[in-house]
Design a protein around this ligand. Structure first.
Ligand code: BG6
Length: 524
């Protein structure tokens, strides 16, 4: 028999039960993945880059892993004069190009059987009425009793009109229906603290707070979830995770890519709103938070919020924040354009493609420990890491000349690529002298585990369908993050960004910022 028959995609996998064991899966077995209820996922802006590159492939990967319920429908909504066939073709191409797991015709066919396309623009009442009808029909055609998640893969400026349409048609409300209604809002949530608060009011008018999932895909990355696992499942790290032992923390999210085809969005947004306000501050919060009382949404959000509330900005913003913009240069053997020469970027643009800042955390645990955060496009390579740099040993009983190469002990959490953790510490160099030099001890996910790492969007879409908000920041966190970013943006708005060459590690001013504190950026 096939265990898990009925999960989309698993029917073909034969699993022979061991002798004398119950062949039926026990639903209380916590190792068995939970399946969502029969449901529909509606993607607004289904032709967007995000939908094609991430969302549709992630839905397929979930289906292929048997993690979608038998009654599952994927609905696309976009301003295209398309038939179902056109949509299915776009989706198939997206899957063939972007899915993590192998393409299987039978999985695709089952997914295709639940796919529908609703053409229309966001101010087209009729299109939204048709969408309501299509969702209603799913109860009879696919046994989906009104469970719907709406994914807003659309520009933030379009959120209000789409939310209003949902309110008008009543499609966001589950009154009188057996099902649940949820909405997924892509980051950045708002443009500053004020707009985030009004957007939140609007979302709250339409959906119940528990139905709102603000997505930050970094929280869906396995290596990011490993941070609390590493800190709180071990005794080793917590005793030294504080200002007595930690000198400073560096959080880096470097990208070699430029802005691609997103000129319009990026030029309005810039690196601080695109990445610092969300991904980097969430990494900071997970690195610095206290142990939550349990691993659920409420407890984790509570602890992260405490950290974000305690974040302090430098008093001297000129000395401890840096914004930069890339100029043309060589990157990985290729000559690449400067930001101002990219298609769709106005030649006088002052938008930053690099941001670095020094933050403090005003708690007993972290007082006096600087957290240096940086992100940039067109840097030499794609790497995201959290480096915890420890204080040097207070006294060395060796000849100082033999320990010159000794740096700080470092614990580096490699979020991507080469996912894993490195510990750097001093070791004796073989030989008759007591010479000590830094060495590295490495843990690699790819070597320690046979399971491939799921994509962040797989995990997060599944969590939305299951109604698990643990990995989604709440409104208070979003507002608090804007409290940190708004003054920086205000300060930068009067000044031109520093230039840096594509393929370099960012503006010289960022090195000077650390040098001012007697430190250097780690070379990831
Ligand atoms: C997105 C940003 O949130 O994250 C992009 O909008 C950035 O500008 C992307 O390129 C990076 O994501 P990842 O998962 O490739 O590190």
């Amino acid at each position: 028999m096939s265990v898990g028959a009925g999960r989309m995609g698993l029917e073909e996998v034969e699993v022979t039960p061991a002798k004398n064991t119950n062949p039926l899966p026990d639903p209380r077995d916590r190792r068995l993945p939970r399946l969502p209820d029969p449901c529909a996922l509606v993607v607004f802006g289904v032709t967007s880059d995000l939908a094609r590159k991430k969302l549709i492939p992630a839905v397929y990967d979930l289906a292929n892993r048997g993690l979608l319920p038998p009654g599952f429908a994927l609905l696309g909504f976009a301003r295209r004069d398309w038939t179902h066939g056109d949509f299915a073709q776009l989706a198939r191409e997206a899957v063939e190009k972007g899915a993590r797991t192998p393409f299987r015709e039978e999985v695709w066919e089952r997914l295709d059987a639940g796919m529908k396309f609703v053409p229309g623009s966001f101010n087209d009442d009729e299109a939204f009425d048709r969408l309501v009808q299509t969702l209603d029909d799913l109860e009879h055609t696919h046994g989906i009793p009104g469970n719907v998640a709406f994914y807003l893969s659309i520009p933030p400026s379009a959120f209000p009109v789409v939310l209003k349409q949902m309110q008008r048609t009543g499609m966001a409300s589950n009154e009188g229906s057996r099902g649940w209604r949820r909405v997924v809002v892509e980051k950045p949530f708002g443009f500053d603290q004020e707009s985030a608060a009004s957007l939140n009011e609007l979302v709250d008018e339409v959906f119940t707070p528990a139905g709102v999932f603000r997505i930050d895909h970094y929280l869906g990355k396995e290596t990011v979830q490993n941070l609390p696992a590493m800190r709180f499942a071990n005794t080793l790290f917590e005793p030294i995770w504080n200002s007595h032992f930690v000198d400073s923390v560096q959080i880096t999210m470097a990208e070699d890519v430029g802005i691609g085809t997103r000129a319009g969005f990026y030029d309005e947004t810039g690196a601080a709103r695109d990445v610092l306000q969300n991904h980097l501050l969430q990494l900071l919060a997970l690195t610095a938070m206290e142990k939550p009382v349990s691993f659920n949404a409420e407890a984790i959000r509570y602890e992260k919020l405490k950290v974000l509330r305690a974040v302090s900005l430098p008093t001297d913003l000129a000395a401890y924040t840096v914004h930069g913009q890339y100029e043309q240069g060589w990157l990985a053997g290729r000559w690449v354009n400067g930001y101002l020469d990219e298609d769709g970027i106005p030649p006088e643009s002052k938008t930053e493609t690099y941001a670095a800042v020094r933050l403090g955390i005003e708690t007993r645990r972290w007082a006096g420990v600087p957290f240096y955060l940086r992100t940039g496009k067109r840097l030499p390579r794609r790497v995201t890491e959290i480096a915890v740099l420890f204080k040097p040993a207070p006294h060395l009983p060796f000849d100082a000349t033999d320990t010159t190469e000794l740096g700080h002990n470092q614990l580096v959490v490699r979020v991507q690529p080469d996912e894993g953790v490195t510990l750097k510490f001093g070791s004796k160099v073989p030989g008759s002298a007591m010479e000590v030099r830094d060495v590295a001890m490495d843990f690699l996910f790819g070597e320690a585990f046979t399971e491939a790492l799921p994509e962040a969007y797989e995990r997060l879409i599944l969590d939305v369908l299951l109604g698990d908000a643990t990995l989604f920041p709440n409104n208070d966190e979003v507002i608090e993050s804007w409290r940190v970013v708004d003054p920086i943006e205000d300060f930068w708005s009067g000044t031109a960004p520093c230039r840096y060459r594509a393929g370099s590690w960012g503006p010289r001013a960022a090195d000077e910022m650390l040098a001012r504190d007697g430190r250097r950026w780690r070379r990831p």
